[in-house]
Design a protein around this ligand. Structure first.
Ligand SMILES: Cc1ncc(COP(=O)(O)O)c(C=O)c1O
Length: 514
């Protein structure tokens, strides 16, 4: 059995006699040893012959299936042990656990390693080296956790191993993806007929939606950008807020629209685009709005901007990586007013809905524009009359992400999604109130799930963050907000409890005093 300390550090490992589990599976010969992790490699595990890693051998189908079942049961048990400990352990891995990852290095072995030994290496060295963002006290970036239904669905989907490119490759995966996309559209109150794609994250969702925008605007000007590229194409103006997320600029760069070739609109003290400072917009403009600033959580004033931008026939794109999910909550919905008037939207399933990594969603009001940007044809790519995901995605072969998205949303329902938004926002308020009460400056208006706090000078703030990160109760990163160094607290996990907030607050205050 694995012996784990509270911080998840594996201290000693006694190997299970897999030979027992696999007895009757043919000529299986394993050697196991008891070792202290970190002091020696698992080179003492050897599998001279094993049906599950040598399926081409003469092993029977039954023996392969039996060995695989035993292996998957073991993987499930390791995963469950991991999850049972994840809330109590240190959020960061110990230095010893990180150093021990070197045991996974080395040249590619000349021959096979038994799957059990591979799994054992992963759990022994990999699990302790992870960051516990599945627990309730990880407040870095905008990282969500994974709701149980999405987690379980991911396991099943992994067994299905579907290629979700074409309906013929997986009716189940494609059907679930279509349903989930429509649920997201409904939650965001977007127009009927809006289409989309399930991609890896908001970066690729921005990329996909902006590819549709690029197509539509250049097609209006009589230019086929997919066929002829951008050399010699009519000009497109891209307008962004000064606080645009860098991933959107990256997407523009990938599309040949340029990371720097943008018109930047000044913002206010919360990072909101100033409606009174918008440049001229026309039918050759892509206007990129933001629903949820990564630092402050603030929303661009879409209701003030979108009607005029629509009249000017500009393409309005919304980066709502996490903020758009606020639409699910009757309490927070007012923040997202006006964004429904856009032409395209990018968001993440792996942020606020806690669908697990990775899951991004691109939505486009005119799905034909997305299709024109993405679809490919070849004689062997047999397509029917159905919606083929590959027509709307940057990839051809792709993981069936829609399965987890469907499962997570199905389990949450409308009220569950609203509850995650409301609960995490109220946790953010609790953090802000506790930090203010202790005399520290909260730099943003806490309107959502994001809090920025200064612990004094930049050096004092950075030293506090370093001590907090090393201590391990919780994890927060740093940022510079409009010239001021701050600690970011992003409460994005369904798993965070009030007790987690109070424990973390206490750790923050201790780190600030040290
Ligand atoms: C507003 C915004 N846009 C885009 C992204 C990028 O998302 P992803 O990491 O899923 O690509 C983020 C990430 O935090 C974000 O906050």
């Amino acid at each position: 059995m694995l012996g784990k300390s509270i911080c998840g550090q594996v201290e000693k490992v006694q190997f299970q006699p897999f030979s027992t589990i696999l007895s009757g599976c043919g000529a299986v010969r394993h050697f196991f040893a008891e070792e202290t992790v970190g002091s020696a490699r698992l080179s003492t595990i050897m599998a001279a012959s094993h049906p599950a890693h040598a399926p081409h051998s003469t092993a029977s189908v039954a023996s392969i299936a039996e060995a695989r079942t035993a292996l998957l049961k073991r993987a499930a048990r390791d995963a469950m042990d991991y999850l049972e400990g994840v809330h109590a352990r240190s959020v960061v891995p110990t230095a010893k656990a990180v150093a021990a990852l070197s045991a996974l290095r080395g040249p590619l072995p000349p021959g096979p390693t038994s799957p059990e030994a591979v799994l054992h290496l992963l759990d022994t060295y990999g699990s302790p080296g992870t960051v516990a963002n599945g627990g309730g006290r990880y407040f870095g970036f905008v990282n969500g956790g994974c709701v149980p239904a999405a987690h379980a669905a991911a396991w099943l989907a992994s067994a299905w191993d579907q290629n979700a490119a074409f309906f013929v490759q997986s009716p189940t995966a494609i059907t679930l993806e279509e349903i989930a996309l429509d649920w997201v559209r409904e939650l965001f109150r977007l127009p009927q007929g809006t289409g989309g794609a399930v991609v890896t994250g908001a970066t690729m969702a921005n990329f996909s939606a902006l590819a549709a925008a690029r197509h539509a605007l250049l097609a209006r000007a009589g230019w086929d950008v997919e066929a002829d590229g951008l050399f010699g194409a009519p000009e497109i103006t891209v307008v962004v807020g000064e606080e645009v997320h860098p991933s959107l600029l990256k997407a523009l760069g990938l599309l040949g629209l340029g990371r720097k070739r943008v018109v930047r609109v000044p913002v206010d003290g919360q990072g909101r685009m100033r409606a009174d400072a918008l440049p001229h917009l026309d039918a050759q403009t892509i206007l990129c709005l933001q629903a949820g600033n990564v630092n402050t959580g603030a929303f661009d004033p879409a209701a003030a901007i979108c009607p005029a931008a629509r009249s000017a026939e500009a393409w309005i794109h919304v980066d709502g990586a996490f903020g758009l999910w606020a639409t699910a909550s009757p309490e927070y919905r007012k923040l997202t007013k006006g964004f429904e008037l856009a032409d395209s939207w990018a968001t993440d399933g792996h942020k606020w809905p806690n669908i697990g990594y990775d899951c991004g969603i691109a939505l486009v009001k005119d799905p034909d524009a997305l299709r024109a940007a993405m679809s490919i044809r070849a004689s062997y790519l047999a397509v029917g009359n159905l919606r083929e995901p590959t027509d709307y995605n940057p990839e051809l072969s792709r993981r069936a992400r829609g399965v987890e998205l469907w499962a997570g949303l199905r389990s949450l329902g409308r009220s569950g999604m609203a509850e995650i938004v409301e609960r995490t926002c109220s946790h953010a308020w609790r953090f802000a109130a506790g930090l203010k009460a202790a005399g520290f400056q909260v730099l943003n208006d806490v309107v959502l799930n994001q809090v920025l706090v200064s612990f004094g000078t930049p050096e004092m703030t950075l030293a506090t963050i370093a001590r907090l990160q090393a201590e391990g109760t919780c994890w927060c990163g740093s940022t510079v907000w409009q010239g001021q160094t701050a600690m970011r607290i992003s409460v994005s996990s369904w798993a965070t409890t009030t007790e987690d907030v109070d424990l973390s607050l206490a750790a923050m205050l201790k780190a600030a005093q040290a």
